[in-house]
Structure formats: C-alpha cells, structure tokens
Design a protein. Structure first.
Length: 265
C-alpha cells in the first residue's frame, strides 16, 4: 500500500474511533439518564387486591407516576392513603372530583356524574354498582371506585362519613401509568370522562424514558463493537491487497546471467 493509502487508512480509523467513542459516551448518557429520570418520576407498586380487576390484577407490578393531588382528573387510577380508610395504601379509580354529584344507577343501569351517563369500558361483566347511591363530592376531595365493583371496598362503603365517602386530593401520592409485570404496557385513559370539564389526564413520560434507555443501549453496543469489526475488516482488506500484488517482491536475470531483485524497494 502506498504512503498516501496508509495515511488515508489511518485517518479513517482515527475518525471512526472518535465517532465510536462519541457514540458510547452519548449512549451512556441516554441509558443512565433514562433510568435516573424513571427513578425520580416513577415508583413501583404491587397491587394487593382484586378490587381493580381486570384493569389491574392482584399481584401485578405497576409503575405509578409521582404527582400532586391537584393534578388528578376523572378516570385516573391513583394510589392513595387515608386514615379514615384504615391508613392503608390503596389503588382505586377517580370517578368524581370536588363539586360533582356521583350517582348510580340511571335507567340504563349506568353510573352518572352531574346527571351525565358515563361509559365505563373497564368494567367487564359487572354492574356499575351492586347498590344504589348518590353523593356530592366536597371541594378538594375525590370520589373513588374500584373496577371490580362487586368486591371493591371504596367510596360507597364510606358514604356515611363526613366527606360523603370521598378522600382529600392530598391523600394521593401517584397515578398508575403502566403495568410493568406482567408486561401489559401503558394504562389507557378512559374516554368516558373526556367530555367533562378538565378532560382526562395525559400519559406520563414513560415511553420517552424507555426510548432513551433503548437508544442508549444501541449506541453503547454499536460504539463498542466498532473497534473489533473495523480491525477485522482492515486485516481482510490488507490481505486481499497483498495477494493481488503477489507479495510485492521477486527476482529476475540481469546482464551476465546474474539474478537481481525486482519489484518494490
């Protein structure tokens, strides 16, 4: 190979090594940053009962986004703790907020909020309530029901309490965003509450975090394998060049019958 070719090859390897190092550095930043972001934004929680079945089953491992109670909207599945409810960590669905009148059931056998029928597709083969009730939710309070209404001990059990069965917004510590195990993915926000004032909440940044971790892993792997792969390809290329040039040296017969070397110096 010529001196120019060697310089070009060396320059190419140097640039490749620089880019591979940069890829690994960026990959580490994305990979570790995604995990760190997730640790700050989310907390894992194991659901202890069947009260939210089939949306979230007993024993499911969920990822709950840390939020302020003021950000809770109708339809959210939240994690909360209230001393009136036994001071145990619980998971229920918000069906009413301060000022709402929650009632069950209308002539069609469905839940109503402020007189408007609410479609609840998350209820599978169960009635919206096994008993009739009506409750007005005080300001800064939340009315909560389980999705498995025939077994859930929720706001209906506490209707005789001073807050008409509701809990303070401040009792909420997180909103369930996804089921981590088994891998059921993101929790869908119910459209039945979409037309109410304030609408429904948007999913948290979990998809972005997972994307950052995956992208980081790909960059780390790609940057890490560049060196060995580039070295292997370089050796193969030099081997082909050597074979094509016949080794670059040889002998011939000069004047007087003497053998003299021919070829490269």
């Amino acid at each position: 190979m010529s001196a120019t070719g060697q310089d070009d090859d060396g320059h190419g390897r140097g640039l490749g090594n620089l880019l591979s190092g940069l890829a690994v550095a960026v990959g580490c930043l994305l990979f570790l940053g995604g995990f760190a972001w997730g640790a700050v934004e989310y907390k894992p929680y194991t659901v202890p009962t069947e009260s939210m079945n089939p949306t979230v089953k007993a024993g499911d491992r969920v990822l709950a986004q840390r939020i302020d109670g003021a950000d809770v909207k109708r339809g959210d599945v939240v994690i909360f703790k209230d001393k009136v409810w036994g001071n145990a960590t619980m998971v229920k669905r918000v069906v009413g907020i301060g000022g709402d009148t929650v009632k069950c059931c209308d002539q069609g056998g469905k839940l109503t909020v402020n007189g408007k029928t609410v479609e609840e597709p998350y209820l599978h083969d169960v009635a919206p309530s096994t008993s009739k009730f009506s409750a007005t939710v005080p300001k800064d309070q939340l009315f909560l029901l389980g999705d498995q209404r025939n077994v859930s001990l929720d706001s209906r059990v506490h209707l005789e309490d001073a807050a008409n069965g509701s809990v303070p917004r401040s009792a909420v510590s997180a909103r369930v965003d996804a089921i981590a195990w088994p891998l059921d993915g993101m929790l869908k926000r119910p459209d039945g509450f979409k037309e109410f004032p304030g609408g429904i909440s948007r999913p948290g940044p979990l998809r972005l975090m997972v994307g950052a971790v995956i992208a980081g892993a790909v960059l780390i792997f790609g940057g890490g394998v560049y060196g060995p792969v580039a070295g292997f390809l370089g050796r193969r290329r030099r081997g082909r060049a050597d074979r094509a040039g016949g080794g670059g040296t040889g002998t011939g017969t000069g004047a007087g019958g003497r053998e003299v070397p021919v070829g490269g110096q």
